[in-house]
Design a protein around this ligand. Structure first.
Ligand SMILES: *Cc1c(COP(=O)(O)O)cnc(C)c1O
Length: 482
């Protein structure tokens, strides 16, 4: 078998193996890693995968991208990760149909695919749980340790902590803006008592936290001495893990491997939907990939107009789907690289140069822009606070299903693109309990709370507060690692 190598979207000469990039963030030239080519799934492979358990499906897909972990070990890692015990059902990502007389009459079929029944009730668990097990495996193999240092506004930090808790060789230092996460999110993170998990509440906003992470990452001496790493959404292993549930959703919603489906994905950083793009490039019969944004519509603007324009912090809205509140889409470069026919020079000129100088680039006059829709299946739409409230209410009254604010953005935009005869799968990215205030606003009642989270807000909290000061956080890390 030929080795799978990974390359940078900006053309750096290195070609790396999976385990070399597993613990890395950006490529040395500031680009993102992608496989040198997308493995193609034949009709025979697709047929043999239908009916596999989620864990074994994950193993088959991951095997195409990882050739430096022995197959028996990789299979064990997949089976240890995707269990009914952790994800709450045998299917791991079960589908739920949203159907009534009016959808029957229209001949349309819409499903929700539940990606949010893992430990922190958001889709980030799907990849992060695997990452925790891959990190522990690879660090043990190398005899190394890693200190993950990150910033979170909620979902990423808690998913990382629940994935890394109790893992050998790994510590997590997670900054979050003091008092800004939802009470449920705070309780989820701060109630963890594991010795290797360190919560840092920063007197500031999310951008202050992110600036501290950047400052530490740029201090190469400190970074090396304390073995600092990250788990942000540009990590290739996270993206790869997400490819699996596109296949799982496809198999659950179709009978034959010639059927087509479409997916709608609530999007901010383009991580989740980029995995859909990879699945489609591998040959999964996906008709459309629908990108749903909130008021922070950087991506919707691009797919409508061909202009990619990053926002300043003053133009970044705080919304009721906060996990999509982004000023730029950090995974977008991967898709644009493919759109430009994998021209690394052009990708570098746009992302490495033009974006830094002018804050935007414009592909509207470039013939490749039309391929985003025609060849790659991308369309988009946008949803506002009023749309979220209306959609949450409509889905609840018509189908008896409560959706969270991010998933509501997905359902709203999915309805604008759904076609008869092509099932539309909306990815459910979080459970409503995480964003209770907006559910109360929409429905006049509290969301249901899974039993295992009863009374969580009353548990003892393990968190250290500090000013938004890089020297203070460095001293804290140094003291813990001493
Ligand atoms: C992170 C997140 C998103 C956005 O996903 P991206 O892959 O970053 O675009 C959407 N919904 C929820 C609940 C999230 O946590």
């Amino acid at each position: 078998m030929a080795f799978m190598k990974y390359i940078s979207t900006r053309g750096h000469a290195d070609r790396k193996q999976f385990c070399e990039i597993l613990l890395e963030g950006l490529a040395p030239d500031g680009g993102l890693y992608l496989p040198e080519n997308y493995p193609q799934v034949s009709a025979a492979m697709l047929a043999s995968w239908r009916g596999l358990s989620y864990a074994d499906l994950a193993f088959e897909i991951l095997s195409l991208y990882i050739d430096d972990i022995p197959a028996t070990d990789l299979k064990a890692i997949c089976r240890k990760t995707y269990t009914q015990e952790v994800f709450g059902s045998k299917e791991i990502t079960p589908l739920k149909k949203l159907a009534d007389a009016s959808t029957e009459a229209a001949g349309t079929v819409m499903y929700l695919e539940a990606l949010s029944n893992g430990p922190t009730l958001a889709f980030k668990d799907m990849a992060m749980q695997l990452l925790g097990n891959l990190f522990e495996y690879e660090l043990a193999r190398r005899g190394e340790e890693l200190n993950i240092f990150g910033a979170t506004s909620g979902d990423t930090g808690s998913a990382a902590e629940y994935a890394m808790r109790g893992k050998r060789g790994v510590r997590v230092f997670m900054t979050s803006p003091l008092g800004r996460m939802s009470p449920f999110q705070q309780a989820q993170m701060f109630s963890l008592q594991d010795e290797n998990i360190h919560n840092i509440a920063v007197e500031g906003v999310f951008d202050d936290c992110q600036d501290m992470v950047k400052a530490v990452s740029n201090d190469l001496v400190f970074k090396r001495k304390y073995k600092i790493g990250t788990v942000n959404s540009i990590n290739w292993a996270r993206l790869m893990a997400q490819v699996v549930y596109y296949f799982a959703g496809y198999f659950q919603s179709t009978k034959s491997n010639t059927d087509k489906v479409s997916f709608t994905v609530p999007s901010g950083n383009f991580g989740n939907v980029c995995a859909g793009h990879v699945a489609r490039m591998m040959g999964l019969p996906i008709e459309q990939l629908v990108v749903a944004t909130n008021e922070n519509d950087v991506l919707d603007e691009f797919f409508r107009t061909g202009v990619y324009r990053v926002r300043g912090s003053a133009d970044t809205h705080e919304t009721s789907s906060p996990s999509m509140d982004i000023s730029k889409a950090s995974n977008f470069e991967r898709f644009v690289f493919d759109l430009l026919g994998r021209d690394a020079g052009k990708t570098k000129a746009l992302f490495g140069e033009q974006l830094g100088k002018t804050g935007k680039f414009d592909l509207s006059a470039d013939p490749v822009f039309s391929e985003a829709a025609q060849r790659y299946g991308f369309v988009s739409g946008k949803s506002t606070h009023a749309d979220r409230l209306a959609t949450i209410k409509d889905v609840y009254t018509r189908f008896g299903v409560m959706v969270d604010t991010h998933t509501a953005d997905g359902v709203k935009v999915a309805r604008e693109h759904i076609k008869p005869d092509v099932p539309m799968i909306v990815l459910e990215t979080a459970l409503p309990i995480k964003f209770a205030a907006t559910i109360v606003e929409a429905l006049g009642r509290e969301p249901d709370r899974p039993a295992k989270f009863a009374g969580m807000e009353d548990l003892p909290k393990r968190v250290t507060s500090m000013p938004a000061d890089v020297a203070a956080v460095k001293a804290y890390i140094a003291q813990i690692c001493a």
